[in-house]
Each structure stands twice: as structure tokens, then as C-alpha cells.
Write a protein that binds this ligand. Structure first.
Ligand SMILES: *Cc1c(COP(=O)(O)O)cnc(C)c1O
Length: 417
């Protein structure tokens, strides 16, 4: 097929600079910030230039309500192929009967899962927010807490591990219509089989909100929820390293309900540029390089956890199985919020988070982004030392900032060619 139009020239980034220097400067400033500080936010990553190219493409112009072959808009014959490819790649990557790749975000995917399986007022058992549940797991500030009757399970305050006995007891007492497993900060593998057993015992659906670990699942570095959950919700932008967005996986018997819950129930037109970018990311995630990446992410997180323990920080559960870990900086004499500020001044960007001990704010860190940059165990071990140094002594922040600048300079997320 002759290519009449290319993405060179009129579609290059320089156009923005010429037309709107104010915004172009912001894009470059953010690239500079991401390239010269350490991204330790567990939910973030660096997408590939190929993913960014799909996101910044003319597919962004296309209206495409409905599904491939059954759209409300004309002219969808090319974008239909993109969505079919994305769906087929997702199904193959995760071994699922059905995939829906239209959810605009992780939260939209959870909303669709509830819409597919529940009615307003139904009882849902999910991880309590103070223990690591997501907003969509029953926060009163979110649709979930307003429209459903959430019961929260938690982690054992001593071990930091999910209390499966409590899950079973709460399920027997409250007879939920659905049980949600998944968290924003749980550092260990989720025992999906144990949740399935309880769900079967009380006749509940099992929804796995695998927004965080789904990228590790793709790379074979974490157990898959697909064989156990009725519906799996996920994001595509965390460890999975795709565009900002969501997706759903399920068996063929729920496929139609899930699709109708996404469109037309909770969303309008699909974002075809994002769906094309998801297809690119699924393609990348199916490569041996991504498998190696996912395992390196976990190896780095383990080294980071060990290093922080050696520096005297209290690491929840004593370590991690995944890309993320949570720590209480109190043993170093600072609370979570102060710690975040000191680390930011030292060039380390991360979140505060809830810890198993009520009312204590800790820190949540992840290794997905720095591993994409090419950092390995030696660099991660050094980061643990820098981290503790910046926490212990505010006046050390400057020196640490310089070392972070050197380190990130050696591992640019988007190397200039
Ligand atoms: C990140 C996350 C979400 C929400 O994803 P958004 O894209 O921010 O809406 C939902 N659930 C869990 C467990 C998450 O970690």
C-alpha cells in the first residue's frame, strides 16, 4: 500500500514549539523533570517512544462508539483493525477468553466490572481503604461507597499480610454479592485461589482489581488472577508500561455483560489512539525482553527493601514479592509527610500511603520506572542508601540531589539518538 501521508514534518513536535511555545516549554520541562529526578511512584513508568507515537497520532481524531464491526460512526474500518489487534493481543498475553480494551482508566474498568455484575445497594467485600484498598473499593467520596454497601477486610497488623480468616468470617456474615481482591499498596502476591474458595462458599462473584500487578503477570513474574476471577480489572499504564488507561478480562459467558457495561453503560466513544497504544504495549509485553524486565523489576524491589531494612526503616511484611513496597520512616525520626518532602528535595519522587497501623502515614515506593531506565541491583542498592541519608539528615539533601542527577544522567529514560 503506498503511504501518502507520513508522520514527519507537519506532525512533529517542533510544530507545537512554533505555534505555542508556552505549552511546548511545559512538555520539555516535564521531560526534564522526569529525566533528572528518580521516579519512585509505584504506579508510574516510562512508556516507549512507539507507545507515545500511537498516542500522539491522528487516531485521536476518530469517533468510534461501539465495537469493531458494530460502530455507530462511519469510517471506522481502519481503527476497527487496531482494536481487534489490541483485543487479540490482550487475550493471548493473559490467556483470557475475552478482553475489553476500551476503559478510559483503571477506575472506569472497576466501575464497569461492578456495572456488569451488581445492582446499586448490593453488598461488596473488598480491602478496606486504610489497609490498601483503592478509592473504587468503597470510599465514601467515590461512586463505589455511595452506590454499594462495602464491607472492608484488612491485613494482620503484625505480619502485614492479608487476614484470610477475617475474609472468610466477613464473607459468611455479610454474604456479599462480590468479593474484590487487589490493592494499591499490598507488596505481596495475592492468593487468588484462597479468595476464589471463599467466593464459591458464599456464592459471590470474584473481581480481581489487578491494576498494579498486571504488568508482572504479563511478564510471568506474578501469579495470574485470570484462572480464578470472574472479572479482572486492570490498568495499562503501571508496570505494564502502556498508555494511561484500563482494561477488563473475563470468560466468554460474561463477555457480553462486560462489553455492555463499558459501552454504552458507563462510557461513550472509545479512544482509538489510546487503544492503538495499548496494542503496541501488549505487543511489547509479549517479548522475552519484557519478561526479563518484569523479573528485574521484582529483583530490584527486593534489593531496595533489603537496603531499606539494613538502613533501619520498617518495611511492611519485611520485604516484597512485587514491584512495590511500603515503609514506615518513623525509626529514622520522621513521619511520612516530612519524609516525602525531604526526599523530594533530594530528587526522589514518591507517595505517602496508609500503613497497617491505623493513623500512620508511610511511604510507597516502586521500581517499575527505574528498571525501564536500565537500572539494576547495584543502582537500587545505592538508592536505598541515598534514600536513608536524605531522610536522616535534611542538610544531606543537596549532596544526594547531585548524586541522583548523576545517576539519572547515566540512565536516561528517553536517550537522545
Ligand atoms: C491504580 C489503581 C486503580 C485506578 O486506576 P486509574 O487509572 O487511576 O483510575 C484502581 N484500582 C487499583 C487497585 C489501582 O492500583
Amino acid at each position: 500500500m503506498p503511504v501518502a501521508h507520513t508522520l514527519e514534518g507537519p506532525l512533529s513536535v517542533d510544530v507545537l514549539g512554533r505555534q505555542d511555545p508556552e505549552l511546548a516549554e511545559i512538555l520539555l520541562g516535564e521531560l526534564e523533570r522526569q529525566s533528572t529526578t528518580l521516579q519512585l511512584i509505584a504506579a508510574e513508568n516510562f512508556t516507549s517512544p512507539a507507545v507515545l507515537a500511537a498516542l500522539g497520532s491522528p487516531l485521536a481524531n476518530k469517533y468510534a462508539e461501539g465495537y469493531p464491526g458494530a460502530r455507530h460512526h462511519g469510517g471506522c474500518e481502519i481503527v476497527d483493525v487496531a482494536e481487534r489487534i489490541a483485543v487479540e493481543r490482550a487475550k493471548a498475553l493473559f490467556g483470557a477468553d475475552h478482553a475489553n480494551v476500551q476503559s478510559h482508566s483503571g477506575s472506569s474498568a472497576v466501575l464497569a466490572a461492578y456495572a456488569a455484575l451488581l445492582r446499586p445497594g448490593d453488598t461488596v467485600l473488598a480491602m478496606g481503604l486504610p489497609h490498601g484498598g483503592h478509592l473504587t473499593h468503597g470510599s465514601p467520596a467515590n461512586f463505589s461507597g455511595r452506590w454499594f454497601d462495602f464491607v472492608g477486610y484488612g491485613v494482620d497488623p503484625e505480619s502485614g499480610l492479608i487476614d484470610h480468616e477475617q475474609v472468610r468470617t466477613l464473607a459468611r456474615t455479610h454474604r456479599p454479592k462480590a468479593i474484590v481482591c487487589g490493592s494499591i499498596s499490598y507488596p505481596r502476591h495475592i492468593d487468588y485461589a484462597a479468595f476464589r474458595e471463599v467466593a464459591d462458599e458464599v456464592g459471590a462473584y470474584l473481581i480481581a482489581d489487578a491494576a498494579h500487578p498486571i504488568g508482572l503477570v504479563a511478564g510471568g513474574a506474578a501469579p495470574s488472577p485470570v484462572p480464578y476471577a470472574d472479572v479482572v480489572c486492570a490498568t495499562t499504564h503501571k508496570v505494564l508500561r502502556g498508555p494511561r488507561g484500563g482494561m477488563l478480562l473475563c470468560g466468554s459467558e460474561l463477555a457480553e455483560r462486560v462489553d455492555r457495561a463499558v459501552f454504552p453503560f458507563t462510557q461513550g466513544g472509545a479512544q482509538m489512539h489510546t487503544i492503538a497504544a495499548k496494542a503496541v504495549a501488549f505487543g511489547e509485553a509479549a517479548t522475552p525482553a519484557f519478561t526479563a524486565y518484569a523479573h528485574q523489576v521484582v529483583a530490584n524491589a527486593r534489593v531496595l527493601a533489603q537496603g531499606l531494612v539494613a538502613e533501619g526503616l520498617a518495611v511492611t511484611t519485611g520485604g516484597t514479592d512485587t514491584h512495590l513496597l511500603t515503609v514506615d520512616p518513623a525509626p529514622l525520626g520522621v513521619d511520612g509527610r516530612t519524609a516525602r518532602g525531604r526526599l523530594a528535595a533530594a530528587g526522589m519522587v514518591l507517595d505517602t500511603c496508609a500503613l497497617p497501623h491505623p493513623d500512620v502515614r508511610g511511604l510507597r515506593l516502586g521500581t517499575a520506572a527505574l528498571t525501564t531506565q536500565g537500572m539494576g541491583e547495584a543502582e537500587t542498592a545505592r538508592i536505598a542508601v541515598l534514600f536513608a541519608t536524605a531522610l536522616r539528615d535534611e542538610s544531606a539533601g543537596r549532596e544526594v540531589r547531585e548524586e541522583v542527577r548523576d545517576l539519572t544522567g547515566r540512565f536516561p529514560p528517553y536517550p537522545a539518538h
